[in-house]
Structure formats: C-alpha cells, structure tokens
Design a protein around this ligand. Structure first.
Ligand code: ARG
Length: 292
C-alpha cells in the first residue's frame, strides 16, 4: 500500500490516500507490426495505412516508459496479420490467475486469439473460453470497480450481453451490464474508467438511460467525473490509473484541473497514431493480477 503523492492541490483539498498493489503488472505488445489495414470502428475509417510506424513506436515507447516507472510490464510478441495486437486490453480479462480469453466480434481480430492464448498458457494462467458466437472483447469491455466487487461490462458494438452471465460464474463479482449506444465509443474503456478513491470517469453520451441510471446509483455525485464529448473524443476515459497517477492521451486543461482537484496527477502523452485505429493508453495495456 502506498500513499498518494498529491501535487497541484491546495492543502485543504487533499483527499484520500489511494491504495495501490505493490507494483501492478501489465501486458503490452510493441507496435513493430502495427498498422491500420481494415475498418472495424469509425476511427479507422479514412485512416487505412495512414499511420506512421515510426511515430507510433515513439508514442508507444513514451507510454511504456511512463508505465515502467510505476509498474511491471510483460511483453507478448507481435504477429504478422494481427496489426491490432498492440491493443492488449482486448486479449481477455484476467483476475486471480484465470483469463477469460476474448472471442472477437470481427473476423479481422479473431486471429489474435491463438497468440494471446499461447502467451497466457505459457505464462501459467488458466485460460477459459467462450463460444465463438458469444463475442467478448476482454478488458476493453470489462472493468472492475476499484474495490474489486463489481465488474462493469459493456455490450452492444462488440461484446454480447450473453457473455456477461459467464463472467459472473468465473469470479465472485456482481456483473453490471452497460449498454453502449454510440458507435464511436464501441468499447467500454473508450467511455468509462474506474479510478482509485472510488471515482468514475465517464462520458454519459455513450450510454443508454438505464445504464446511466446504474452508474449514478453506484457512484454518488461527488465521485462522478463527467467527461465532455470533446474530451471523450480525445480518449480521456481511456486512462490507466495507478494510485494517484493517471496516464492518458492529451486532455483539456479543464479536465486536467478537475482530476487534480480529486487528488490525481496526470501524465499526458501524444498517442495520436493509435487514435487512428480507435485506441489510446488504456487499450494498449492489459492488467495482470500477478507476475508470471
Ligand atoms: N482497432 C481496434 C479495434 O477496433 C482498437 C481496439 C481498441 N481497444 C480498446 N480496448 N478499446 O478493435
């Protein structure tokens, strides 16, 4: 457990010391073979072969370095024919040594499953499968509350609602399903993030009314950090939170200040090359609960 190092906040406003597991552990995949070669979300439209691999590599390195200061990072080797493998958040969902492997909705990404399976098995994780027609896109659509007792799971564009019941059977969690209704925010992690201190960062426009009501019933108003459409389009919700640190793409000064007032400090990176494929900081990492 570590205590938050709170900067940029007046003493009277200093809140909660955030809890962090000794050194969190993440899975990443270098962008050696990254490219936009097909269109499976609105961000990719008009961006086929429009990304620079050199810039993508530099941007990915900046994320790797920011993360490596405070976390351990495992690497899975990139594979030919799987240009989206850099987005390891979609490999599956892991907790307590068990991985629910993703069953991708789009055939374009289904080839990744075997590579991620091999990595998890070799690293000693127990891999659990879903039927092919029950699509589930891993941590991209499934996020634990910071107390670990609730699993927020998106459905609609990618993950099917039918996969949610299966998740509740694997871990002792209450699964809360959220319906994603804006094609630009096709994965839950593009519009929703659970933060230390019991906060939630989210873009309300991405959800239907029943889902918003669930979020509001769970998080009291003072714990909700509402993101504008402008910041949501900068992937502000696609944030990696470790203790009081939040690593993410560049966001507005207004949102930066809001996060600071809640006791967080942000590490803002230029991840523009990955936005062309519809991803940013959080999509590029998968949380692992133990070191292999
Ligand atoms: N091009 C990828 C896709 O559409 C991007 C995945 C982003 N990952 C995420 N966790 N949101 O599948």
């Amino acid at each position: 457990m570590s205590t938050a190092i709170v900067t940029n906040v007046a003493a009277a406003e200093i809140p909660i010391p955030y809890k962090t597991a000794a050194r969190p552990n993440f899975l990443m995949c270098a962008p050696t073979l990254y490219d936009v070669t097909y269109v499976i979300n609105p961000w990719m439209a008009g961006n086929v072969h429009a990304s620079s691999r050199d810039r993508a590599t530099a941007q990915w390195q900046s994320l790797y370095q920011a993360l490596a200061r405070i976390a351990d990072i495992q690497l899975v080797a990139p594979q030919r024919g799987s240009p989206d493998m850099v987005f390891t958040a979609n490999a599956g969902l892991e907790r307590n040594g068990i991985v629910m492997l993703s069953s991708f909705f789009h055939p374009e990404r289904q080839g990744e499953e075997q590579h991620f399976r091999t990595w998890f098995e070799q690293a000693g994780y127990l891999v659990v499968d879903l039927p092919r027609d029950t699509s589930f896109e891993g941590e991209g659509d499934a996020l634990f509350s910071t107390d670990g007792f609730t699993l927020w799971v998106g459905y609609g564009p990618r993950t099917l609602l039918a996969s949610h019941a299966r998740l509740a059977g694997i871990w002792p969690v209450a699964v809360a399903s959220l319906h994603l209704i804006d094609p630009r925010f096709y994965h839950l992690d593009t519009c929703f993030a659970t933060l230390e201190g019991g906060f939630v960062l989210y873009y309300p426009g991405a959800f239907d009314a029943a889902s918003l009501a669930k979020i509001e019933a769970f998080y009291p108003a003072e714990k909700r950090i509402v993101v504008t459409e402008e910041d949501a389009l900068r992937f502000a919700c696609n944030a990696v939170n470790i203790g009081s640190t939040i690593i993410l793409n560049r966001i507005s000064d207004h949102l930066t200040r809001q996060l600071e007032l809640k006791g967080f400090h942000t590490v803002q990176l230029d991840l523009s090359e990955f936005l062309k494929a519809g991803g940013a900081a959080k999509c590029l990492v998968m949380k692992l609960s133990r070191t292999a």
